[in-house]
Design a protein around this ligand. Structure first.
Ligand code: NAP
Length: 296
């Protein structure tokens, strides 16, 4: 049986991303520092943050509080939409806030370049292909070990990968994935392109409707596991890394109890066939549409 808490997925760069990480979106000030410390001391070796979460400073404090050496952990952060034409400034800001010399993974948070002066507008004369051209310069600097994307569906990945300026295939696509948003076509597509997928909102996010799902509850009860552990195991068995968010020490602990057991093929199949669909993170708040319903 796999020891998931110590396992990694190998990216197309050869780097190894820890299978389980701590998410930090919506972690309130004064909560996330402790959460990051608790997680790292418990054994998590992967922390996911973003400039847009406004918490990189506190995440950095939690990292230092933990006493875990920097080189033993994986840090992911993300370029915010209104910073697409300022990639250099964006990474400099993130590194400064985090208080680290480098990040392991730098993601383009969304394939949407927002005008910083009017967030309802798309930036004139700019697009995510140009953003990627700038991001491709980063690994050579040593301040970013791997670059990737987030919230890219098949249509936008095709645009990016087919552009002659694309010299580096994204190492990772971080996307919403849970049994009510399984996106099997997108997962298959990424696999054929050598792009690893990280599952965000892997528990269904805040007030997850999944926690009331009868199929999930029955499987969890039969296995003597929590519904959250079952959801995380489902994500891991699909070959995705998972980044559950919690600011509650007991949950951070429970969510990491993923060694020495797994879902049977039947259980896995049942969870892969839930009829309901929902997306926590849609694109209605962006100036352009980024999801086209072609990923399921
Ligand atoms: P999530 O991890 O699916 O769910 C988090 C919610 O579940 C929180 O309300 C948390 O509560 C609760 N929870 C966690 N463990 C639990 C447990 N064992 N029992 C009961 N409740 C539990 O949601 P998410 O934050 O949307 O996604 C995870 C991470 O993915 C984010 O934090 C972020 O790092 C990343 N993300 C990335 C993007 C992107 O655009 N790239 C978008 C969304 C998320 P407490 O915290 O109160 O314990």
């Amino acid at each position: 049986m796999a020891q998931h808490t110590k396992s990694t997925f190998t990216l197309n760069t050869g780097a190894k991303i820890p299978a389980i990480g701590l998410g930090t979106w919506q972690s309130k000030p004064n909560e996330v520092r402790e959460a990051v410390k608790v997680a790292l001391q418990r054994g998590y070796r992967h922390i996911d943050t973003a400039l847009a979460y406004g918490n990189e400073g506190e995440v950095g404090q939690g990292i230092r509080d933990s006493g875990v050496p920097r080189e033993e952990m994986w840090i992911t952060t993300k370029l915010d939409n209104p910073w697409h034409h300022r990639v250099e400034e964006g990474i400099t800001s993130s590194l400064k806030s985090l208080g680290v010399e480098y990040v392991d993974l730098y993601l383009m948070h969304w394939p949407s370049s927002t005008d910083p002066n009017d967030r309802k507008k798309h930036l004139p004369d700019w697009n995510f292909v140009k953003t990627w051209q700038e991001m491709q310069k980063l690994p050579a600097s040593g301040r970013v070990k791997n670059i990737g994307v987030s919230n890219f569906g098949i249509r936008n990945l095709e645009i990016l990968l087919n552009d002659p300026s694309c010299k580096i295939v994204p190492a990772v696509n971080q996307i919403e994935l849970h049994p009510n948003c399984p996106s099997p076509k997108l997962l298959d597509y990424c696999k054929t392109k050598g792009i690893h997928c990280t599952a965000y909102s892997c528990l269904g996010s805040t007030d997850s409707p999944l926690y009331k799902d009868e199929t999930l509850l029955k499987i969890a009860e039969a296995k003597g596991k929590t519904p959250q552990q079952v959801l995380l195991m489902w994500g891991l068995q699909r070959g995705t890394s998972v980044i559950p968010k919690s600011v509650t020490a007991s949950r951070i602990e429970k969510n990491f109890e993923l060694d020495g057991w797994e879902l049977t093929p039947e259980e896995f199949q049942k969870l892969s066939s839930l009829p309901d669909r929902f997306k926590v993170c849609g694109d209605a708040w962006l100036p352009i549409k980024v999801f086209f319903g072609d990923d399921e």
